[in-house]
Design a protein around this ligand. Structure first.
Ligand code: FPP
Length: 250
């Protein structure tokens, strides 16, 4: 395992895609891919914690995923619950703090109780923050923040000058996490699918052709290596001062 470097991503966000195709290509039901995908998620979580990544956010179930056939939705919910219960002890042991973002109120109550149990059990941990995006949609998250903001304004608790980027970031569910530095999507799809739209404006994007159930620790390390080679300018320039006379040659 390569050691951590100053230029390593502090916050990695992953869109774990390709479970269904992986299973179908083996003549199996789609849910078989989710089972394998959950095992891969466990491996990647533990690897990131060992590498001292500060935050890992996994897109486990999108707001749009509710439109899948009910048996698949139910299966995914049970699988997520099983992970959250089975991994509770290991998360505590590995000093990982577990959180969730998304419209958790839509998740069945018995599963929500388990989620809350794991959040509570790991609340004092001060190592990596593991966030599951569950019933999550980025636009919905932004809308919710806007609604809360309007309410605060109506109560006279905020005025337009207060609403800076930092202030607004603080109203999102990901707060107080830093924005993801590295956003990974597996399975050869090149889009972000409503995942962290406000937070990802300066994320480095990494698209892997590997289907999530085949995604390995080496694949994650390759993404981190790629991140290390990126020149992050955040809209600025690195050096070479502006030469006004060069405009004359236009
Ligand atoms: C995308 O594959 C994946 C999901 C919709 C859910 C992600 C869930 C897991 C990885 C399993 C459970 C996770 C944890 C963390 C316990 P897809 O079904 O859209 O695949 P496809 O694009 O090939 O159809």
């Amino acid at each position: 395992m390569s050691s951590i470097q100053a230029t390593d991503p502090k916050h990695i966000a992953i869109i774990m895609d390709g479970n269904g195709r992986w299973a179908r290509s083996r003549g199996r039901e789609r849910v078989f891919g989710h089972v394998k995908g959950a095992r891969v998620a466990k491996k990647i979580v533990e690897h990131c914690a060992r590498k001292k990544v500060q935050a890992l956010t996994l897109y486990a179930f999108s707001e749009e995923n509710w439109s899948r056939p009910m048996p698949e939705v139910n299966f995914l919910m049970r699988l997520l619950a099983r992970y959250i219960v089975r991994e509770r002890r290991s998360l505590v042991k590995n000093n990982i703090q577990f959180r969730c973002i998304g419209q958790i109120e839509k998740i069945p109550e018995d599963i929500r109780t388990e989620i809350e149990g794991t959040i509570k059990a790991t609340a004092e941990n001060d190592g990596m923050v593991l966030t599951f995006a569950l019933s999550y949609g980025g636009r919905q998250e932004v809308l919710l923040a806007v609604k809360n903001l309007v309410q605060l304004a109506q109560q006279g608790k905020v005025c337009p000058e207060d609403v800076t980027e930092e202030f607004f970031s603080g109203m999102l569910q990901t707060s107080p996490l830093p924005d993801p530095d590295l956003m990974i999507r597996t399975s050869g799809e090149w889009r972000l699918s409503n995942f962290l739209p406000w937070q990802s404006v300066y994320s480095e994007l990494y698209f892997s052709d590997v289907l999530w159930p085949d995604f390995s620790i080496d694949d994650l390390d390759a993404a981190i290596q790629s991140f290390r080679r990126r020149d992050r300018r955040f809209g600025g320039v690195k050096s070479s001062p502006f030469q006004p006379e060069s405009l004359h040659s236009l």
